[in-house]
Structures are given as C-alpha cells and as structure tokens.
Design a protein around this ligand. Sequence first.
Ligand SMILES: NC(=O)c1ccc[n+]([C@@H]2O[C@H](COP(=O)([O-])OP(=O)(O)OC[C@H]3O[C@@H](n4cnc5c(N)ncnc54)[C@H](OP(=O)(O)O)[C@@H]3O)[C@@H](O)[C@H]2O)c1
Length: 330
Amino acid sequence: MIKAAVVGASGYIGGELVRLLAMHPEVEITAITSRRFAGQKVHRVHPNLRGLELRFTNTKEFDADVIFLAVPHGTSMEIIDDYLGSAKIIDMSADFRLREDLYREYYGEHKRPELIDEFVYGLPELHRKEIRKAELIANPGCNATATILALYPFRELTDEAIVDLKVSSSAGGRRENVASIHPERSHVVRVYKPYHHRHEGEVIQETGVKAAFTVHSVDIVRGILATIYFPFEGSARELLRKLLIYKDEPFVRLVTDKGGLQRFPDPKYVIGSNFADIGFAYDEENSRAIIFSAIDNLIKGGSGQAVQNMNLMFGLDERTGLNYCPVYPV
Ligand SMILES: NC(=O)c1ccc[n+]([C@@H]2O[C@H](COP(=O)([O-])OP(=O)(O)OC[C@H]3O[C@@H](n4cnc5c(N)ncnc54)[C@H](OP(=O)(O)O)[C@@H]3O)[C@@H](O)[C@H]2O)c1
C-alpha cells in the first residue's frame, strides 16, 4: 500500500484528496493536517466524509510515501523544507509550476527559485514519461488544465488565443471572503479577472501560445468551462483531426455529437469525475476556430489529476481509483 499524507486537508482540494484517496485501492491515508481543526474528526469539516476514521493533526512528522501539499500559493515554498527528502511530493499550489521569469511576471519574486527545475509539471497528457520518474510534482492550476488540454493540439496553428473562462465558486477555496457568501455569489455572472489571470503563465509555458484570459465567476459550485477562440482558415475536419491526439487518453473525452442539447462540453456532465470533455466548432464565416473544454475544477483541475500523477509515480495504472463516471444530474 502507498502511505499518503495530505497537508492542508481542511480546504476544498485537501478534502477532495481525502475522499479520492480513501476510495483508492492501493492507498492508506496516514495523516491529514490542519492547524485550525487539529484533533477533530474529518467530517466536522467535510461532512461528506462522515464514517471515515480520520482526525486532523498538526504534526509535520508522519509516515508517508507521498505527501500532497494542498495549501495556498506562496505557502508551499515556505513549508517545503519540512517535507523534502522524506517522501514524494505533489504540490497543489502554483509555487513550482512556472519557470522563474513567468513566475515573476504573474506572482512576483520567487523565494526558492533553485527548486523550480526539480519539479515536473503534472499534466499527464503532456508529461507522462517525466511524471513516472518524478519525485516532485507541481500539479497544474484548474483554469490552466482546462485551457492547456483544449489548446495544446492546436499550438502549431496559432500564436495567440482568446480564452473565456466560466468558473465555479469552489475554485476560490474554502476561506471566508465576502465575495463568496451566498447573497453575493448566488446568481452572479461576474467578471472576476478581465486580463492577466495568473494561470495564463502555465498556458504560455506549456503550449507556446499567448493565451489572453477573461475569467467570470458563475453560479455553480464545481466546474469550469473554457471557450477558446483563435483565427483559423480551414475546416471542421482539420480541427477534429488535431484533437485525435487524445483518442487513447483515459481521461479526455471528445464531444463531437452533431445534434442534441449536449453536443458541446458542459461542466454539468463531468462533475464528480476526472474527465476533461473537449469539443469544437468551426466558424467559417469569420474564419475562427472555437474550442470548448469542461472539467470539474476539484478533480481533473486538482485532486483527481494529483491522484493520476501519484499513480504514474508509483508505477500503477493511472486510472486506479479514478475510474468512475460523473454524477448526473447535478
Ligand atoms: N479550489 C480549486 O479548485 C483548486 C484547483 C487546483 C488547485 N488549487 C490549489 O490548491 C491549493 C489549495 O486550494 P483550496 O481551494 O483547497 O484552498 P483552501 O480551501 O483555502 O485550503 C487551503 C488549506 O491550507 C491550509 N493552510 C493555509 N496556510 C497554511 C500553512 N501556512 N501551513 C499549513 N497549512 C496551511 C489551511 O488549513 P488550516 O488553516 O486548517 O491549517 C486551508 O484549509 C491552493 O494552492 C490552490 O491554488 C485549488
């Protein structure tokens, strides 16, 4: 069995990691940490986990083969020395995802630049080989995962793309924030970040395409829809051909139905799963490719992708513990 510990287990990503790891046939959870809830049973924070015999602890010393750091960005680089060398590490934060120049552009000065190259960017569809050998993984951002998976097949067709993102409330984490309380968040279609969203850096790094994000907060608890536009003179058939690089990917589903309500990806149909649904349209009149990508931000955009990475790092079939269908209806 793989012994796994989750640092920052009281957050949404940490809670989802505990849920997925508890169902994983090859994993034993040896520690879940929280400073605020140390000593309390896991279901006091994550009521869906009632019945799991786990309590939060505030220790830094535990017996683990893999440690998930599910803490805010800026924190991982402060606490990483407590864990380096003791186990494989999968960092859920943004701290080690970007090369230094991009990190500086989107986040500011990096406190541990010497460590950046030690981390592998944990997007299995692009970096499966390196992930298998990695000791340290930087798990991608949720908006970045949705966008990179959609844009990567087309990276040779364009240098620039417009990316419109519709994002759920859980993407902002569990910390209290007036913008997230029910009277403020309910029924919004709010422009959250019109430009220079931090996840752009990951898309530029991984695809070479200058992707300009506009991010909207919408009234869903989980899920992200990325709609990506770029100029293209060609045909729908050519776009489809490019997407076929994913035909053997276990967690990418191509949505190519010709008719019906569900002929384009929608987060509603991936919730609770590790799938990324990708589809497209070709706007001949305006010479424009439009690519759509839907994920559950907490699973393929976070904890599920981290478990997929863990599986690869430990030589397991990457689908282990992740091979379930989305919940429907949600
Ligand atoms: N939400 C998403 O959709 C999503 C998707 C992909 C990646 N991520 C990334 O995953 C990380 C966690 O996100 P989240 O949404 O779960 O955030 P969150 O709900 O705010 O949880 C973060 C947790 O980290 C713990 N923490 C904070 N500072 C700490 C410190 N100095 N030392 C130890 N623990 C500390 C806190 O627990 P205590 O205060 O109880 O100790 C808190 O519950 C972030 O870096 C985020 O960017 C999030």
